[in-house]
Design a protein around this ligand. Sequence first.
Ligand code: PLP
Length: 387
Amino acid sequence: MNAIMPTYGRIDIAFERGEGPWLYDDKGNRYLDALSGLGVIALGHANEAVAQTLAAQSQQLLHTSNLYRIPHQEKLAEKLASLSGMDNMFFGNSGAEANECAIKIARLYGHKKGIEQPCIIVADAAFHGRTMATLTATGNRKVQAGFEPLVGGFVRVPYNDLASIEQIAEQMQNVVAVLIEPIQGEAGIQIPDEEYLIGIRNICNAQGWLMIIDEVQSGNCRTGAYFCYQHSGITPDLVATAKGLGNGVPIGVCLASGAAAEVFGPGNHGSTFGGNPLSCAVALTVLEEFERLDIQQHVTTIGEYMLEKFSDRLGHLNLVRDIRGKGLMIGIELEHPCTELVQKALEKGLLINVTADSVIRLLPPLIINQDEAEQICDIVCDLIETL
Ligand SMILES: *Cc1c(COP(=O)(O)O)cnc(C)c1O
């Protein structure tokens, strides 16, 4: 560990192998994974179809660069376009890169309209990544402190507050976009009012702004729709996604529609690894598996089951401030900080996460069955009840 920069406070446990929602450490202990490597392992660990694609593609072709056509990338783009209603896309390797791409498109869109100092509206407590632009867009001082000077061109509003966006529309002439999570993940599974995204869409239409949705965590069937914005029946101008798309193989995508899809030309953006044959072949397999398993329906059903179970067992406790979720993106907010629950859950063979100090965050693999969902609920409820 000494040769690794201490950017993470790591739990002293090393996993050796996984199977579906289960992980096994190097001492042979078994754990139920209710976090999926931060929402990444959508199809569970060691998924057979993904493993086969990885093996076959690695024996055929890993990488050629974007100087040539990449048929797997073209096919994946077609597929994602039809799933999302977006027109075209750029492939990178992570969520932060997908957001960077969206930010660059919004700025260039502004410059093309004659706005020399384009500005993007972002939300309190947002999380968009750790690169300089995305950490600036992030609404958490802990992420930013010490890395000043931050990037210019962002203005912040409270989340779930349309009036503050309207107010900026009246006051500022150089806004080009709104960048927003449809559900704030790192902030503690914050779910806005139903009309929030529709309201932002309307303001963006009226102002000629681009609506950028960060679906890095909420996308790829996590909430029961392919993308979370689809619950609201809107089409954004730009969408960033990553985590669940590659089931552990790094891939990030920035999707665009309408005018935003026509901003970039040759030389405006690039990535050496982005959209290579390996990551695209795997993502195509992930999408096929989603379809084969009717995963959106499954996630909706299991998610509702878990929320109901949590409400039944925890709803009456004074200690529990709120239970909320959409699909398998679930948060249980307590009245006080509860980071110690991560270790306590581990001792009971369950991996969970606590975010924003007092919110238990569950992002289990999308393929968990009802019995596994019940086990997660039982352990989490037992732990909360003993507090
Ligand atoms: C995780 C996350 C990111 C950053 O993704 P990386 O792949 O770590 O760069 C951006 N936005 C949201 C909403 C996220 O949850």
